[in-house]
Design a protein around this ligand. Structure first.
Ligand code: GDP
Ligand code: MG
Length: 152
């Protein structure tokens, strides 16, 4: 069963010119892009997206950060993508993240960690519904599908 996840290149990722690098990593891994938009995050969207962190000391700062500049929001698809993309992003804090991961290679910061990725099937469904209308998502068959997956 194919799975979808919400990936967001956060404002620091856009400002630092790392959007292409981040897209590239997911593309080369063999994930399929299902939707994308370059946008500013409203405070309302930010608060809903990060509602699980409401009440934590960094919540207001986190909302300000995600609203502080444009972001590139994307939906990517693949079997097992949530676990794989979380591994590719690395640990939450840039200074803890392993080299070879996106955060490990490009961030030394605690909060400014370049990228968001859903952490469970439930949060992916919730977040994709929040950020995208169904009509903004594209269903398509990559020409290299067979070579990416091999025999089942
Ligand atoms: P993620 O799923 O790895 O992005 O991490 P979380 O869901 O735990 O946190 C959401 C985001 O809040 C992180 O990506 C960071 O940008 C930020 N964040 C998390 N914990 C902290 C913290 O202790 N301090 C600060 N300043 N930011 C944090
Ligand atoms: Mg999270």
């Amino acid at each position: 069963m194919s799975e979808r996840t919400l990936i967001v290149v956060k404002p620091d990722g856009v400002q630092r010119g790392l959007a292409g690098e981040i897209i590239s990593r997911f593309e080369r891994k063999g994930f399929k892009l299902a939707g994308s938009k370059f946008m500013r995050v409203s405070e309302e969207l930010a608060r809903k997206h990060y509602q699980v962190h409401e009440g934590k000391y960094f919540y207001d700062r986190l909302v300000r950060y995600i609203c502080s500049g444009p972001v590139l929001a994307m939906v990517w698809e693949a079997e097992g993508i949530i676990a794989m993309s979380r591994k590719m992003m690395g640990a939450t804090f840039g200074y803890d993240a392993e080299p070879g991961t996106i955060r490990g290679d490009y961030s030394c910061s605690k909060g400014n960690n370049l990228v968001h990725g859903s952490d469970s099937v439930e949060s992916a469904e919730f977040e994709i519904g929040l950020w995208f209308d169904e009509g903004e998502l594209v269903s398509w068959e990559p020409a290299n599908e067979h070579w990416l997956r091999g025999e089942k």
